[in-house]
Design a protein around this ligand. Structure first.
Ligand SMILES: CSC[C@@H](O)[C@@H](O)C(=O)COP(=O)(O)O
Length: 364
């Protein structure tokens, strides 16, 4: 996708051929800051501090983090240490563990002196595969938007999304936004309701930035507006991303997703979840087993913003001394989900639905 007319991915190999560059997402939308990661510690820190975030991008960054670690020390011990260290940075997005497993599988069978080159090759392939996977999610998801557009006689299709499951959360395209980009590029009239997504405001700062950069009509709304909009017929479809889907189809995603799904059910608004295969955790039987990240209360009590002079400051917004809880994700039961949009097609949000697209996972 493009920023100010220039094409970007969210992560790429630096011109030196071994370190990695990322867009620092904590600085968006106010500044486009490129940060260079030259060590596994820097990659881990970027994941922890959410300079990179979004399940697929967390995985891609961890993959390059492994390559950086293996470049320094390609022994079995060092590889296991780096993998455990990176895995500990964020607990909910399963793409992190998926990418680390892919990296270990790619390098551990090889002689030590062949591992670094293989690690860089696998990390690059994980990124390329993510781009193609997300493109295909858009190809399949677009059909849902097209069907609604056909009923609306030229009026814009109103999509509601939560958090940022856009290209900034992946390597390119995004999951929830890929159908939106592809429909828009094909001339389908669209408008996106963007949940601001407290406490970190990924919707207001990142999704809105993405959609605006691509020329897509959108409106930022407070997180609590979704139910009201749905009651008034202003939402045709909800599409969100996910950090982990359990084998029974339960969906972990950014806190507040569950409330959107409840409101969608009550108002008969289709509620779809877009995901790549790397987000399905076949080892977790239902959503209750998914670990939910609890983040620092300061994210609730304080808010960053830009002053008229351009400087960015963080201000306190709550009663001094009050404590805050900050669960970062919630679980939407599969029964509230109309379907999954994957790179292999659209399926029911159930074990049977997932197995219809990934039959190889049903083989014992
Ligand atoms: C395609 S990304 C899907 C999810 O990772 C996204 O919806 C989300 O919840 C991101 O959370 P974040 O805490 O910003 O990493």
């Amino acid at each position: 996708m493009k920023i100010e007319g220039k094409p970007y991915r969210t992560i790429w190999l630096a011109p030196d051929g071994w370190s990695v560059e990322i867009i620092d997402q904590t600085k968006l939308p106010h500044a486009l800051a490129i940060v260079r990661l030259a060590t596994v510690e820097a990659a881990a820190q970027a994941i922890l501090t959410m300079q990179v975030r979004g399940a697929p991008l967390i995985g891609a960054t961890a993959a390059y983090g492994m390559a950086l670690a293996i470049r320094e020390d390609a022994s079995d011990d060092a590889i296991e240490r780096a993998s455990a260290f990176l895995a500990a940075q964020r607990p909910t997005a399963i793409n992190l563990r998926w990418a680390l497993d892919e990296m270990r599988r790619a390098v551990l069978p090889l002689p030590v002196n062949a591992r670094a080159e293989a690690a860089y090759a696998r990390a690059a392939a994980i990124c390329d595969e993510d781009v193609e996977t997300c493109r295909l999610i858009g190809v399949h998801g677009r059909k849902l938007i097209d069907e609604i557009a056909a009923r609306k006689n030229g009026a814009p299709v109103n999509v509601l999304t939560h958090c940022n499951a856009g290209w900034l959360a992946c390597v390119d395209w995004g999951t929830a936004t890929s159908p939106v980009y592809q429909a828009h590029d094909a001339g389908v009239p669209l408008h996106v309701w963007v949940d601001e997504t407290r406490p970190r405001n990924q919707g207001a700062s990142l999704t809105a930035f993405e959609l605006g950069s691509h020329g897509i009509a959108h409106t930022i709304v407070v997180d609590n507006a979704g139910g009201h909009l749905m009651q008034h017929g202003d939402v045709d479809i909800v599409i969100v991303g996910t950090d982990r889907v359990a084998a029974n189809g339960d969906v972990a995603n950014k806190i507040g997703t569950y409330l959107k799904a409840l409101a969608a059910k009550d108002n008969a608004v289709p509620f779809y979840v877009a995901l790549p295969h790397s987000t399905i955790d076949w080892t977790v039987q239902d959503g209750a087993e998914i670990p939910i990240e609890e983040r620092h209360g300061d994210e609730v009590l304080k808010m960053p913003g830009r002053l008229p002079d351009g400087s960015v400051v963080t201000v306190e917004i709550a009663a001094p001394g009050s404590p805050a809880g900050n669960p970062a994700f919630d679980v939407t039961p599969a029964r509230l989900v109309s379907g999954f949009i994957t790179e292999r097609g659209v399926c029911a949000a159930s074990r049977e639905g997932l197995l219809s697209l990934y039959p190889e996972r049903g083989v014992k």
